[in-house]
Design a protein around this ligand. Structure first.
Ligand code: ADP
Ligand code: MG
Length: 242
């Protein structure tokens, strides 16, 4: 028996006639970096949404850390230790970078709330770890796309997740910052955090991932290590545009 930290069984999501997730059964091993690739519209983001409680699946189950989380909401799932980012990073643009991190605690609790020193220290550590301390007092609307991706990652880290799902974390990010994001992900994985990562850029996937699943039309059509999956003729033609 593998030690799956996250496991879906026959997960389904339809939008009217459209079957976006057509029975996805995926086991993510504790400590691995699991890549998800597949053409546009193959259901990758929908899968993240059904797994993390942002969309209610039409069928199937999601287990995380041994618990059935299928019908939990996004906040409950995040608090259980399953973090996720969105394809489009959406920080609170009128808050500073630091306030964005702290807002993970204050959301919905009102403005009079005193933030515990321990949370402030945690935010400070994350700012330093992700090397965004120098922009901590900048408004989130004034930072670059790559810095917003790092901020998004930082917001997730505030809840100390054991597993993080990233939806195209390096899309639209300049190459220098992209390399830094990859380094940070590698470091967080070395600390023992599990990752599931949707990514178009094969140079990102190749170095980071232990295994890759290929999605097509809402189904997993292939799974294996990066080299075996991407050396497959059909994958090269259909999904990598070669
Ligand atoms: P990917 O992330 O692989 O590009 P998506 O999961 O975003 O694919 O989309 C899968 C399919 O589901 C697409 O055909 C998309 O148009 C459709 N879809 C995604 N979200 C919605 C939604 N909220 N309402 C209706 N259709 C959607
Ligand atoms: Mg997507």
């Amino acid at each position: 028996m593998s030690d799956y930290i996250l496991e879906t069984a026959d997960l389904r999501k339809t939008f009217g006639e459209l079957v976006a997730n057509d029975g996805i059964s995926l086991g993510v091993e504790r400590g691995e970096v699991h890549g998800i690739i597949g053409p546009n519209g193959s259901g990758k983001s929908t899968f993240f949404n059904t797994v993390t409680g942002f969309l209610e699946p039409n069928g199937g189950t999601v287990r995380f850390e041994g618990e059935d989380v299928t019908n939990l909401g996004p906040d409950e799932i995040a608090r259980a230790g399953l973090g996720r980012t969105f394809q489009i990073a959406s920080p609170f643009t009128d808050l500073t970078v630091r306030e964005n991190l702290l807002s993970v605690y204050t959301a919905g609790l009102g403005s009079g709330l005193r933030i515990p020193d321990e949370k402030r220290a945690r935010a400070q550590n994350i700012l330093e770890q992700l090397e965004i301390e120098h922009i901590a007092e900048h408004e989130a609307s004034d930072i670059s796309g790559g810095q917003q991706q790092l901020l998004e990652l930082g917001r997730i880290l505030m809840l100390d997740p054991s597993c993080i799902m990233l939806d195209e974390p390096t899309a639209g990010v300049n190459p220098a910052l992209q390399a830094r994001i990859i380094d940070h992900l590698q470091g967080l994985n070395d600390e023992g955090r599990t990752f599931v990562i949707i990514e178009h850029d094969m140079s990102v996937i190749s170095g980071l991932t232990d295994r890759v699943s290929v999605l097509n039309q809402g189904q997993i059509v292939m799974q294996g290590d990066f080299d075996s999956v991407t050396s497959d003729e059909r994958v090269r033609e259909a999904y990598l545009g070669e």
